[in-house]
Design a protein around this ligand. Sequence first.
Ligand SMILES: *Cc1c(COP(=O)(O)O)cnc(C)c1O
Length: 358
Amino acid sequence: MTAKLLNPGPVTLSERVRASLLGPDLCHREPEFAELQGEIRRRLCQVYPSDGYDAVLVAGSGTAAVEAMVGSLVPWDGRALVAVNGVYGERIAAILRLQGKTVDVAKSDVLAPIDLAAVEAQLGRARYSHVIAVHHETTTGRLNDVPALGALCRRFGVPLLLDGVSSFGGEAVDLAGWNVEAIAATANKCLHGVPGLSFVLVRRSAFAKRDSAATSLYLDLYRHHADQERGGTAFTQPVHVCHALCEALRELEDGGGWQARQARYRRLSTWVFGALAARGVKPLLAIAEPSSAALTAYRLPAGRSYADLHDAMKAAGFVIYAGQGALAQAIFRVAVMGSLDDDDVARFVAALDRHWAE
Ligand SMILES: *Cc1c(COP(=O)(O)O)cnc(C)c1O
C-alpha cells in the first residue's frame, strides 16, 4: 500500500486524476494540445472571479511560476518591497537579488504576522513598483492578512504580486479587491494535480503597460502569454501533466469549487487538531491566529523526536512533514490537501493516538 501524503504537495491523487495521466499522447504544436491548453487556462480563470486576468502556464514546480512572475513583472528601473515572515517570503527576496532587481524587505519574526506598520512606513519612504507577499506561508501554516496588505497597496497605488502556491484553489482569493497584479501557483497543491506545471494569473493590462523585464529566456511570462494567446506554446509542455491538471480543475468544479474544498480542508484539519489537543500537542500558532484550512503546524512535545513520529506515521501509511529553516527541529506539519477520505483521517488519528500513548 502506498502511503497517503499529508505533506503540502505533491498530493495523493484521486483515481479520476490518476486515470487522466493515460490520456492521449499529443504534439504540443497540434490543435488537440491547443484545445487542452485553452481549457486549462480558461478553467484557471474560473476558480475565482478573474475578469481582466489571463492565465499563463509555466512548466516547472511552483518556484518556477514565482520566479517567472517577479522576473517578468518587476521592472529594471523599479523597486520591490517583499513582506517576509517565513521561508517562502525569504525565497522571493533571494530570487529578486539573484535577478539583480532592486529589492527591500519588511521582515517580521517567523511566528508573527506580516508587519503591516513596517510595510506602510516603507511605502511612505520610497517609491515602489510592487509589493510582494506570500498568501499562505507554508512554513508555519499562517494565512497572511492579504486583505489588509492589499488595502494598504491600494492606498499607495502600488500593485501586489502574490505567491499563492499553497492557497490557490483552497482559500479565498480576491484578485481585484486586493489590488493583485499577478498571483503565482501550482498544479499539485490545492488544485490536486500532478507536479510539473505551474502558472501565473496576470492582469492583462500589465502586458500592455510595459515591456517584459524578464531575466530568463525560459521564464519570460510575456513571451509565454503571447504564444499561449495564439494557441501555441513557446516550449514543450508536460502534456500528460496538462491532462491531469485539466481533469483536476473539472473535479474541483464538480465538487463545488474552492469554497467546498476549503470547507473540507477545514473540517479535516479541525479533526486532526482535536485529536492532537487531546494528547496535549500544541499548535505552533496561537489558536486565535488564522492558520490556513489546508495545513497546521504543531510543536513537537519535549522529548519527542520528529524522526520517531515520522517513521511511526509512515509505518501506519501516512507521510507527515518536517519543519523548515529555524523551525526544523521544533515542529511537524500536517496538510490535508489531496484525495483523502474520512476513513483515511480516522486511521491517521488512530495511529497518532497509538504513538502518543506509547
Ligand atoms: C510549495 C511552495 C512553493 C513552491 O515550491 P515548489 O517546490 O517549487 O513547488 C512556493 N511558495 C509556497 C508558499 C509554497 O508552499
